[in-house]
Design a protein around this ligand. Structure first.
Ligand code: PLP
Length: 432
């Protein structure tokens, strides 16, 4: 008999971890990814690992180009010319949206620029933009730049919801800030440091009740958490493809535009946003496509998109529901081991504990987090560190094992118990 931890039953010891791996119905998918032997990869929330499926899709595009030259656009009935649309068909089940509400382009940063250029229409009465003080810097930079482009003053326009514990943002504090002068809200689904998952449905509804446009940054939830956009009905969303989606460094990002906005003029315009039939007429009058594709800009980044196309086959096979359920279970197991074996060494779980309030990583805090993260690397563990005291650990559903988690905890224990971290300097080196 094990002990109950949250809603789960766990036991200490390597045997239990091995038993969990035997029962894991997604376990067979690990084979499809490239893992280094004897390395424990815990950074799938920052940069997911490569897969055979991505590799094949990438080489395929290259080979078609090699053979066909310009004719690549027409091969396979225009599959590559329509690559954004074709990838959207595979992405839609991750967020429960229609395929023509999704486009694949750019980066999160550039897609926020596109979204704000399209949706932010300040008036005298309504001009504020609501964000949170814990959000990722680039989201804030992009927001400040649209404010400047409109000739407005950042201090007058940008409202930041404060955190009361420097880890999380309370939903009620966000809702309280939704005044009549707020035009637009941009928030992360999951906070990148603490892994807090916000109640997107509630917040979106409250925003809409007050006539406010709302967009979500899914950087830390796409591919880890299913979203039901048919129920949530946000106005827009953006995400990257290199974190849980595992499509490679700088892989092309994505964007969702709710169909009730298909009539909006794209804030930033480009020829890939034209209707198919007018794109090659070369007119100087932009004939915007009638769905989310109207927000596309230039030629598809084929080599940064093919790996998404490939890896999404693994997601379809696994299903996002199974991915979430393993992710919740394996991260709960990690928290259980931390509480029981590591608390006495000063380690603290910094993420919310309830399943509906947490994302795909465990936010492990320690006063010596920086030096511990360096020692982890020398112990063949790949974590990631975020200032000032957080080690993010993401045992991902598709390629991590319970045995990885068990061994990780043994190593975390050894590093502090044997003062291994003291061999490292406190001077920050740029890493990553
Ligand atoms: C990772 C991340 C980004 C990265 O933006 P890119 O433009 O894709 O480099 C942006 N926002 C959040 C919240 C992130 O977690």
């Amino acid at each position: 008999k094990g002990v109950f931890f949250m809603n789960y039953e766990f036991k200490d010891g390597l045997e239990f971890a091995k038993e969990m791996d035997r029962l894991d119905k997604l376990g067979y998918l690990r084979e499809r990814f490239y893992l280094n032997e004897n390395e424990i990869y815990m950074d799938g929330n920052s940069l997911g690992l490569s897969s055979k499926d991505s590799e094949e899709a990438l080489l395929d595009v290259f080979n078609v180009w090699k053979k066909e030259g310009i004719k690549i656009w027409g091969t396979r009935e225009g599959y590559f010319f329509n690559l954004s649309r074709n990838i959207a068909k595979k992405l839609k089940s991750l967020i429960n949206a229609d395929e023509n509400e999704i486009i694949v382009m750019g980066s999160i940063t550039s897609n926020i620029h596109q979204a704000l250029a399209t949706f932010y229409k300040p008036t005298k009465e309504r001009y504020k933009i609501l964000v949170d003080e814990l959000n990722f810097p680039t989201d804030i930079y992009a927001t400040k730049s649209i404010i400047e482009l409109k000739g407005l003053n950042v201090d007058d326009v940008l409202v930041k919801v404060k955190s009361n514990d420097s880890r999380t943002i309370r939903e009620e504090d966000i809702i309280e800030k939704m005044d009549d002068d707020v035009a637009l809200i941009l928030l992360p689904s999951v906070l990148y440091r603490s892994a807090q998952l916000l109640d997107m449905k509630l917040i979106t509804k409250k925003a809409h009740d007050r006539g406010i446009i709302i967009g979500w940054d899914l950087a830390h939830s796409i591919g880890a958490i299913p979203h039901d956009f048919k129920k949530i009905e946000p106005d827009f969303a953006v995400w990257c493809s290199y974190k849980y989606l595992s499509a490679g460094p700088g892989a092309t990002a994505g964007m969702y535009i709710n169909k009730r906005h298909f009539n909006k003029s794209a804030g930033l315009k480009g020829w890939f946003g034209s209707k198919d039939e007018s794109q090659f007429l070369m007119s100087h009058d932009f004939d915007q496509d009638t769905d989310a594709n109207g927000c596309l800009l230039g030629s598809h980044n084929m080599f940064s998109m093919a790996p998404i196309d490939g890896v999404l086959n693994i997601f379809s096979e696994a299903t996002i529901e199974n991915i979430r359920s393993k992710s919740l279970h394996i991260t709960a197991y990690l928290m259980y081991l931390i509480d029981n074996k590591l608390a006495k060494y000063g380690y603290v779980v910094g993420n919310p504990r309830e399943d509906h309030k947490r994302g795909g990583h465990v936010s492990l805090e320690h006063d010596e987090a920086y030096r511990i993260s360096l020692a982890l690397r020398d112990n063949n563990v790949i974590p990631d560190y975020r200032e000032p005291n957080v080690i993010r650990l993401a045992p991902t559903a598709l390629y991590n094992t319970y045995e990885d988690v068990y061994n990780l905890v043994e190593i975390l224990e050894k590093i502090v118990k044997e003062n291994e971290f003291e061999n490292y300097s406190l001077d920050r080196v740029t890493v990553l």
